[in-house]
Design a binder for this molecule. Sequence first.
Ligand SMILES: C[S@@+](CC[C@H](N)C(=O)[O-])C[C@H]1O[C@@H](n2cnc3c(N)ncnc32)[C@H](O)[C@@H]1O
Length: 175
Amino acid sequence: MHSRHKIETLASAVHHFCKWWDIPVRSVLDVGAGVGYWSDWYRNNYSRTKVVSVDVSEHACKKYGHERRDISSWTPTRTFDLVICQSVLQYLDDQAARSAIRNLAKATKHVLFFEVPTKSDLRHNVDREVTDLEIYSRTGAWYRQELSRNFKQAGAGLWISKTSTIVMYELEGNN
Ligand SMILES: C[S@@+](CC[C@H](N)C(=O)[O-])C[C@H]1O[C@@H](n2cnc3c(N)ncnc32)[C@H](O)[C@@H]1O
């Protein structure tokens, strides 16, 4: 898990990337929000942004004020300018993860920030001493294939909805 300070740095970078793409972030959905650092950052810095945070854990919902939702079965009824799903899908089996990605796509008007450890990360990049290893590991290719049905990859965890008005130059992303 990342520190509050690290998430504040990331949230500021993602917010300003949206601004760079001329997207005013008026609404945010944080999926699997956990301790709620993203929502806190938005509420503290952009109080006019509508923030919805959801989590499947009853404990997290009670303690941090999220709505209780399972992203593999919950289809949001509206879209959000920015959707965050950080370190969540590794807890879902293939079928649930596929269905969660479909629901993330339905929720995303413009930008999805998505992070998950892949098989390669687990082998080469994560500190196994401090990482929860009771998870489903899948390849980066698996996630790319599922996400690319509805998103274009921009890099640094950012995925742009194919229905968004954002225009990216060819070398800005992986088109
Ligand atoms: C490792 S924590 C990450 C929390 C936060 N996103 C972060 O990066 O600090 C994973 C969170 O995802 C939540 N979660 C797991 N499966 C979920 C699901 N199907 N739908 C919504 N939340 C889920 C867990 O309850 C937990 O709070």
